[in-house]
Design a protein around this ligand. Structure first.
Ligand code: NAD
Length: 310
């Protein structure tokens, strides 16, 4: 029969594309419940889904930050039966820590960490009873590797990686699969908008040098990285489909082969020196030549490493 898939954060970006890709599966193997905070924002998804809307795709409201909303949403699913749960909703945060209030930081954790945990707590008991299910969490390469000026976002993704790495062991005993997806940069409206906002902002509380490193060094190199390495939401949706259709899905799934050597630095030197120094050199010594650095990285990524990405 059809598998029931529930996805969070489907009004835009990666979540929208995952919902459409699964709803349009040729063999109609998925009954997709696409959720979003505000159903008024459904138009883009409904348009992209075309004929699938109302057949293999339905919508429900869901705010991952609200206990009530999560309970209500899952109670509205027939028999609360979800075969595949995809936690995609997430928010970014960029900039010097001095300028970011603790309240803003907590909002990121509320969504990226507690939002995911709240969802898993709600769908897991039913999966445990049935001794079947697959939980997929949209993490990031920033869940595995710290990135300058993304300090709090990175911390929130590390948090959910740690939570899931721990849960995976227990869930295996219940025949429930748990997979993380770790994309590198992905072109979404979110990225363009964030870059524009960020360049305009003032950054009170941060000193002039820090602001300069952020705006004049980090931002341009980050834009270069997006250009050189960016994937599309469709690329990520295809990777995710492979993960849920695999007979033995892997726990970690990097989607971008260019990141395998970067993440490997950390495991090659347990003191952390290699990765911290490499990132320092990439940013402050090669920064202006980022596109050349990226081309070298592309060459270094041999086919053997490529096979390790999904
Ligand atoms: P996006 O902003 O287009 O999508 C995020 C979605 O989550 C939005 O639809 C937003 O409305 C929703 N959302 C936010 N708070 C919510 C809440 N409380 N309840 C329900 N929905 C909520 O950005 P995206 O790039 O598609 O991001 C999707 C996921 O992919 C995120 O978890 C993000 O961290 C991750 N990711 C993105 C990139 C990238 O470069 N864009 C890279 C790696 C990982």
């Amino acid at each position: 029969g059809q598998k029931v898939v529930l996805i969070t954060g489907c009004s835009s970006g990666i979540g929208l594309r995952i919902a459409v890709t699964l709803a349009k599966d040729e063999k109609k193997r998925y009954h997709v419940i696409a959720t979003m905070r505000d159903l008024k924002k459904k138009d883009k998804l409904v348009e992209a889904a075309g004929d699938a809307y109302g057949k293999t795709l339905m919508l429900l409201p869901l705010d991952v930050c609200s206990d009530d909303s999560v309970k209500q949403c899952i109670n509205n699913v027939k028999d609360r039966h979800i075969d595949i749960f995809i936690n995609n909703a997430g928010v970014g945060l960029l900039g010097p820590v001095e300028s970011i209030s603790i309240e803003e930081m907590k909002r990121v954790f509320e969504t990226n960490f507690f939002g995911a945990v709240r969802m898993i707590k709600e769908v897991m008991p039913d999966m445990k009873k049935r001794r079947s299910g697959h939980i997929v969490v949209m993490s990031s390469v920033m869940g595995l590797q710290g990135v300058v000026f993304n300090d709090v976002y990175t911390a929130s993704k590390f948090a959910i990686e740690g939570f899931c790495e721990s849960m995976a062991v227990q869930l295996m005993k219940f025949n429930i699969r748990l997979s993380m997806i770790e994309p590198g940069p992905v072109h979404t409206e979110f990225e363009t908008k964030m870059m524009e906002d960020v360049a305009k902002m003032e950054y009170p509380g941060a000193d002039a040098d820090t602001i300069r490193y952020f705006k004049d060094v980090y931002l341009p190199s980050s834009i270069d990285i997006f250009e050189a390495m960016g994937q599309t939401p469709d690329d990520i949706a295809k990777c995710l489909k492979k993960v849920i259709e695999s007979n033995s899905p892997r726990f970690r799934n990097l989607t971008n082969s260019l990141y395998t050597p970067i993440v490997a630095l950390k495991y090659a030197d347990e003191t952390g020196g290699l990765s911290v120094n490499t990132f320092y050199n990439l940013l402050f010594n090669f920064g202006p030549l980022m596109h050349i650095t990226m081309s070298i990285l592309k060459c270094l990524t041999c086919s053997c490493l490529r096979r390790r990405t999904i």
